[in-house]
Every structure is written in C-alpha cells, then in structure tokens.
Design a binder for this molecule. Structure first.
Ligand code: XIL
Length: 685
C-alpha cells in the first residue's frame, strides 16, 4: 500500500522519503485495525453562515465575488465630494467619455491618452479595476472616420485604433466594450447603419473582436448595448444570435454588457431570464450603465436582484455617482443626491447585494452549499503523454480555469525521476484526452522539483499566476495563459520555511500551496502531511510579496485525517468560503473533507467532513462508465471566475480530480494517476 505523497527533489530526498512511506503504511494499517480516525468523530452542520452586512456597495458586492462600479469623469476627480464617494463605494470604474474615439484619436494616428490615464492611473491603489469603454461605436466618432468611403482604409484605421488603444492600456483594463450599440432599435433584429456596417458589412464586429483578442489576450472582451434587457425583443434576440454564433465559431467574446438605462418602472420582468440565457452561452454578463428615472427603490432592487440571481453576472456599474453627474439631466436617476447624500435607492441596492429579500415575488435567499454531497464521475479524461525526454507515470494535482472559450489545465507529472509541470488546453472535455501536453520544464520555469500547480488571474496586475511547490512555495507569472512559453522563472513567496511550519512538520512534507484573496488581503495556505493546514497573509496591494503571520488554520491529531491538497474557494451569491482538505480514509483510500467559514481567516466549521458524510469519496460517487478508481484525490473545482478571489458556484459543482487503478501499487511516484471529472448530482438549485 502506498499512502504517503511526497515530491522528490532529488535522489537524496527520494531515498529519505522511501523510509517515510514505509512508516506511513505501518501507521495507517495500525489505525485501521484499532483506532477511529478523528475524521469520523467530527460533526457536520447544515447551518449556512449568516451574511454579515458590509457598509459600502463595493464591499457588499465583493461578498458574492462581484464588483460594483461607476462611470467616472476625469474632470470631476478634483471635486473631493465626488472622489471621496468614488473611492469609498466603488470597485470598478468606467471612463464616461475619455476612452471614446473622439477623445482618444481625434485626428488620424494622433492619440491622446491623457484624460483616460487620469482615471486608470489612480484606480489600482484604490482597489478599483477598469472597464474600457469603448473601442468601436457609431457615436462620439470623429468625422474623419465617419466620412471615410474606402473599406480597406476603414479596416486598417479600425485595426490600428483597437490595437493602439488596447496596447496602451494592457494590464490596466479588466474588460473592454469592444463594440458598443451595433444593433438597430425596433423590430428588425439587424445591425444599425454606421460607417463600419456600411463599408465593412456584418463582419466588422467579428473583425473588431479578433483584433482585440490579439492586442490584449488577457482582457475580457464584451459586446455592450442598450434595450437588450427584455428577452423577447427583436434587438435582444439579434444580439443573442450573434453571441451564440460567435461562441460556436470561436470568435473571441467573453462578456455581454447590458447598459440598463431604465425608465421609472425599472427593468422588464424578463431581465433575469435574459441575463441567464446569455450566460448559458458561456459568457459573463454585466450591468454596465445602470440608471433609472427617479431612482425608485423597487426598480433598483429588481435590477440588482436580476444580476445576483445569475452566477455569471459578475458585476454592476451605475452610470455616474450623484444626480448632478448624470447625463440624464433632470431625471435624478442615480444613488446619491446632488450633495452626495445616499438616496433611498442606495439602501435598496446595498440590501439587495447582500442577498436579503426586498418584498417582491421570486426573491431568492443567499446561496449556500448543502451539508451532504453526491457525485457522478466520468471515466479517465486525461492520461500522461510521455515524449522523447519525458517518461511519465502519472498526471496529478490539476488546476483548471476556463478562459477565452478554452479550459486551461496545469498538472504535476510524476515518474520515478521526480516531479514536473505540464500544461494543456482544449475547448471541450471530449477533447481533453487528445490535447497536446506542453512540458513546462522547457520554459523559464525550468527543470527540477516543481509540483502541485494552482493557476489564477491577478486582476490588479493583469497577470496570470501559477503557484507551485519546489520545496519552498513558488510562483511564475504570464500575461497570456494560452502561451506556455510565457511563464517567468520561479520566485519564492518565503525566504525560507516559516518557523511555525518547521516546528510542526515532524516527518511530513511541505506541500500544496494555495492562494486566495478577498478585496483587501491575500492568503497562502499549505499542508505538511502531518495534520496541519497553515495560512499566511499579505495585502492584495503587496501580493506576491510580504507573506507573513503564518498560523495553523486547522489541525487534526490524526495526520491522515488532515493530510494535504487543500483548496479554499469563495462560494458565489452569499458570504461563505469553502475549504477542502484531502484525507486518507480508514480503507487507505484518498477522499475529501469540507468546512465552511464566513471569511478566509475565519474559523472553519465542518460541512461534510467525515468518512460517513464526506465531501467526495468513492462512497458518494457513482461511476456510470466504470469504477476506475477508489481514490478521489488532489484536484480542483471548476470555478465561476478566474481571478484571485476563486469564486465557485453554490450548485452544480464540478471537480477535476486524480484517481488511479485500485490494484496499482509500488513506488509512490510511479503510480498511474489519471484525471477525471466529478459532477454534483444532488444539487438543490
Ligand atoms: C454618455 C455620457 O454619459 C455623456 O456624458 C456623453 O455626452 C454621451 O454619452 N450609452 C453609452 C455611453 O454607451 O457611452 C453613453 O454615455 C450613454 C449611452
């Protein structure tokens, strides 16, 4: 029986760990016969954490992994009432006019970034991200563009505008409204006339998105429009058909923005349906320019609730701060009055962002996880692929994000020679097995002991992070997750092993580093194969530097009950964090236990944390296509977003894990680990 996991750094470490393996096998055999594993004595609870009300729009939205933004005018930043509200309440900013064509490229080839730079430059230090608005729009378009008559000239003008602007803001803009308002009002469902449409035809939108993706592959690319909130409207249907077609043909579109400039009655009754239907195409949806004539509390609550009830509705932006800042003069459509006081609609939005009911039918409670789980597993999806220089026994420890229409999977590859990292991408799980394996030892990450990767996108820095173990906790960064050669050389999070780990690790191994951030701080979790889960902290602004305050976040006197491979996620739609830790059961098989907490540094309450009521164990997994593993081991949840907050949905969970032939044995590093996918079967929503 091979029960202990270790990552061999070299021949000496391997020989030492072989002794550890032996000891581990003996200890588990003993505990099976005589002891009740501590895991079985913990009690599960079904009580979801009560949501703690935050006091600002941005902080409240962040509790469900969303942002709350506003349009910003550079000329008003010197008004201290304005900038105080801006920085206190909002976590996303959209330049109201400063990125429009008539400001940025007023004459051909001459770019003026000064006004927009005033907005983007101050945002990161205030914890704000930026939506870029907008690259291609028929309005606020200088006449030198609208009077062009030659298609080839316009095509190169368009490409140059997109590339130049996006290049300037690379890493500074989270999402771009690549094309704004291209569809006609009324019953046609067709594109509106414009110089772009008239000279380039229907294909101009696709061209704009393709050019945008090439210019900044890390930015989210949105289509943005108004009067597309009512599901049955011809304009809504026209945009929906376009996005569906783009997704089917691989045209890069990541999000759809709903401007939501509403009359006094607020959103149409079908708004949530519209958001959900677009999200189901595989795009994020966002409310991008919300304002409502007279700002009734009900109309605002209905708008916000529609977003809260759709997992992929990732944020809400209001189109201005105070009523005097609004473009809709005299309609008082915003959340603050002319003096900057909160209006009743503000309270209504804050309450609704907290998931609390505001009298109306169809209101949902804040989402929370169930207290027991059932899963169905597919067959082996991903097996190792040896090549001329890599002879691989097992593929393990997967990390996965979905970005630009593709799954991007990072994993450990194991063999008797030690551990390395591999990357593969594919658009559909049916193609996972045939994807090319890129060995990352050929990149700046380099050869040697590198294992247990975790990937996420750092929105503050506009960079992908790959966190992994090397004996220390290490990381590399990459502006483009799709480019395996783009990873930087390893850097360490710690100067050396923190004292508290050194004091508690015994004969374990320091493994499975995991980073998660909230809107203020980042945390680094790790395990010691000796019953301890550790947690260090730094600020989001300082990350990746400054990890300190290392503490034991959770411990168990039975080292096998709290072994390794921890994951921490933010559950969307409520105020709940989920912790998973891999354990070795009394049958010697790997399985997962789970806990929840109201904050990342909070105390963990058992959720499904016993052998009898596990989070995921062979006993609560069915295998319709054949029971190929009894171990449900190191893996990762399919997330609802790729950023450092690690959001997951509260229902229909999917978990990518490692399993192996139950009869396989021998050298731990040579075991035939394969990857498979669990899908939750007993989801209640
Ligand atoms: C508006 C601005 O708020 C005004 O200051 C400007 O004069 C006109 O444009 N749809 C959009 C936004 O996409 O860019 C518009 O903003 C409002 C409608």
């Amino acid at each position: 029986m091979n029960l202990s996991k270790e990552y061999a750094a070299g021949p000496i470490r391997r020989r030492l760990s072989a002794l550890g393996l032996l000891a581990a096998a003996v200890m588990v055999t003993t505990s099976t016969a005589t002891a009740t594993p501590a895991a079985t004595t913990a009690t599960a609870t079904s009580a979801p954490e009560a949501a703690v009300r935050a006091s600002t729009l941005g902080a409240q939205a962040a509790q469900s992994g969303r942002y709350f933004g506003t349009a910003v005018a550079a000329g008003k930043l010197g008004d201290s009432t304005y900038s105080t509200l801006l920085d206190r309440e909002f976590t996303m900013v959209t330049p109201e006019n400063e990125m429009k064509w008539d400001t940025i490229e007023r004459s051909r080839g001459s770019f003026n970034f000064v006004p927009a730079d005033q907005i983007t430059a101050r945002a990161p230090a205030r914890g704000q991200r930026v939506r870029g608005h907008t690259l291609v729009w028929h309005s606020q378009l200088p006449s030198w563009v609208s009077s062009l008559t030659d298609a080839n000239t316009l095509r190169s003008v368009l490409n140059n505008h997109i590339s130049t602007v996006m290049n300037h803001y690379k890493g500074k803009v989270y999402a771009w409204d690549v094309v704004n308002e291209a569809f006609a009002d009324g019953g046609s469902g067709a594109h509106r006339p414009s110089v772009f449409q008239n000279l380039l035809g229907d294909g101009f939108i696709e061209q704009a998105f393709r050019t945008a993706r090439a210019a900044d592959p890390a930015a989210k690319l949105c289509y943005n429009d108004y009067s597309i909130e009512n599901w049955s409207d011809a304009k809504t249907q026209g945009v929906y058909r376009m996005v569906r077609d783009f997704k089917a043909r691989g045209v890069p579109v990541d999000c759809v923005g709903f401007q939501a400039h509403f009359g006094a009655g607020g959103p149409p009754a079908s708004f949530q349906t519209t958001l959900a239907n677009f999200a189901a195409l595989g795009v994020d949806v966002q409310i991008t320019e919300l304002d409502i004539a007279q700002a009734s509390t009900t109309a605002y609550a209905n708008s916000v609730r529609a977003c809260m009830n759709v997992a992929r509705c990732t944020g809400i932006t209001v189109w201005g701060i105070r009523d005097i800042d609004s473009w809709r003069t005299g309609q008082n459509p915003l959340l603050f009055d002319n003096s900057g006081n909160k209006k009743p609609a503000y309270q209504s939005v804050l309450t609704t962002l907290g998931g609390t009911a505001v009298a109306s039918s169809g209101t949902k409670r804040a989402a929370a996880l169930p207290s027991s789980f059932g899963w169905s597993s597919g067959g082996q999806l991903i097996a190792p692929k040896s090549d001329a220089t890599h002879t691989i026994a097992g593929i393990k420890d997967p990390s996965v994000v979905h970005h630009n229409g593709k799954y991007h999977v990072f994993a450990s590859v194991a063999s008797s020679a030690g551990y390395g990292l591999v990357y593969l991408s594919f658009s559909d799980w049916s193609q996972a097995g045939s994807a090319t394996h890129h060995y990352l030892d050929r990149t700046a990450i380099g050869a040697g002991y590198r294992a247990a990767p975790q990937v996420f996108y750092n929105t503050r820095q506009g960079l992908w992070y790959l966190v992994y173990q090397t004996g220390n906790a290490s990381f590399s960064t990459n502006p483009d997750i799709g480019n395996p050669d783009g990873w930087s050389a390893p850097r360490n999070f710690y100067a050396s092993m923190p004292d508290i780990i050194r004091q508690n690790i015994g004969n374990g191994y320091w493994v499975d580093m995991w980073v998660i951030c909230d809107s203020v701080d980042c945390y680094l979790f790790s395990s010691d194969d000796n019953g301890h889960l550790y947690r260090s902290r730094t600020t989001l602004a300082q990350f990746p530097n400054g990890f300190t305050d290392t503490v034991i976040a959770l411990q168990d006197s039975n080292r096998y009950a709290l072994f390794e491979a921890s994951n921490v996620y933010k559950v969307q739609g409520g105020n709940q964090y989920l912790l998973l830790v891999e354990a070795i059961g009394s049958d010697g098989r790997r399985y997962f236990r789970s806990w929840t907490a109201g904050s990342i540094a909070g105390s963990w309450t058992p959720l499904a944390a016993t052998e009898a009521n596990p989070f995921a164990r062979a006993t609560n997994v069915t295998f319709p296509s054949g029971s190929w593993t009894r171990d449900i081991s190191h893996g990762e949840m399919l997330r609802a977003g790729n950023d450092q907050t690690l959001p997951i949905p509260s229902c229909r969970l999917q978990y990518l894990y490692q399993g192996k032939d139950p009869n396989a044995g021998g050298d731990y590093n040579s075991l035939p680990w394969r990857l498979g996918l669990l899908t939750q079967t007993d989801s209640t929503c």
